[in-house]
Design a protein around this ligand. Structure first.
Ligand code: NAD
Length: 253
């Protein structure tokens, strides 16, 4: 098992789904964990549950679309725990389903501000700290949608493609300075986000997608968390600028 003893990890979107699973996995592997989310009550509860298990956990209310809040999130993490070794930039939202001709600027701004600007902003302030530290590992959450197109989901897919561009560019910039930057591309993972897609009328589409997964099932949040922990660890010390699909084989189809 990978050990994060003595290390500090930060997870955004840590109140739910994949982010919550990653925060738990970091904590149970020995890391002190900063859990950030714009849902202040839920992230407080998530951190309290980890503290009750005997782990070091800090809840931070943060909207990743707001640079000032992101800068404060990194400052709070470092002032509380003393350093930042691993960051998983996970927070994301879905777009309102609409074909491109019918999309709105409001939907575009909402999705891009969280899913792309949020990742850029988190990386920027994490890297400022890791650059001083001379070591660090970042994993950004892209998606299967970062690798393929998606009807009525163009804004989400464009943001997730953009994340891979930021990931490779930052990986190049910092490769010789002890900082690795990678991405995960989850396939269909059952989380509250998937519940929201069902509520928005995409239940049949999700069922169809599930049938097409070569492994024949949707993924669990913990299966993404395992990949994130590996990518952030010294077990992946020669891996940078990569995106790893964790999707039951879906991308091969
Ligand atoms: P989720 O809705 O369960 O969790 C997302 C979390 O992010 C929530 O706690 C939410 O409050 C938080 N969040 C949203 N906007 C935020 C903001 N502006 N600032 C801070 N926190 C914010 O979703 P999930 O399925 O766990 O998704 C996590 C990530 O995985 C997302 O980036 C999503 O795009 C990606 N992803 C999910 C799937 C899937 O099938 N579930 C597939 C591919 C990629």
């Amino acid at each position: 098992m990978i050990s994060y003893d003595g290390q500090v990890a930060l997870v955004t979107g840590a109140a739910s789904g994949i982010g919550l699973a990653a925060a738990r996995a970091f904590a149970r592997s020995g890391a002190a964990v900063a859990l950030a989310d714009w849902n202040a009550d839920a992230v407080e509860q998530a951190a309290a549950a980890l503290t009750a298990e005997g782990h070091k956990a800090l809840a931070i209310a943060c909207d990743v679309a707001d640079d000032a809040q992101v800068e404060a999130m990194i400052a709070q993490t470092v002032s509380h725990f003393g350093r930042l070794d691993a960051a998983y930039n996970n927070a994301g939202v879905q777009n309102v389903l609409a074909e491109t001709a019918d999309t709105t600027g409001q939907n575009y701004d909402r999705v891009m501000s969280v899913n792309l600007r949020g990742i850029w902003s988190c990386m920027k302030f994490e890297l400022r700290h890791m650059r001083r530290q001379g070591k660090g590992a970042i994993v950004n959450c892209s998606s299967l949608g970062g690798l393929v197109g998606g009807a009525e989901r163009g804004i989400y897919h464009a943001a997730k493609h953009g994340i891979l561009g930021f990931t490779k560019s930052a990986a190049l910039e910092y490769a010789a300075r002890g900082i690795r930057v990678n991405a995960v591309c989850p396939g269909l993972i059952w989380t509250p986000m998937a519940d929201q897609m069902v509520a928005a009328g995409q239940g049949e589409a999700l069922k169809g997608m599930e049938k097409s997964v070569p492994m024949g099932r949707v993924g669990r949040p913990e299966e993404i968390a395992d990949a994130v922990l590996w990518l952030c660890s010294d077990a992946a010390s020669y891996v940078t600028g990569q995106s790893i699909s964790v999707d039951g084989g879906f991308i091969m189809r």
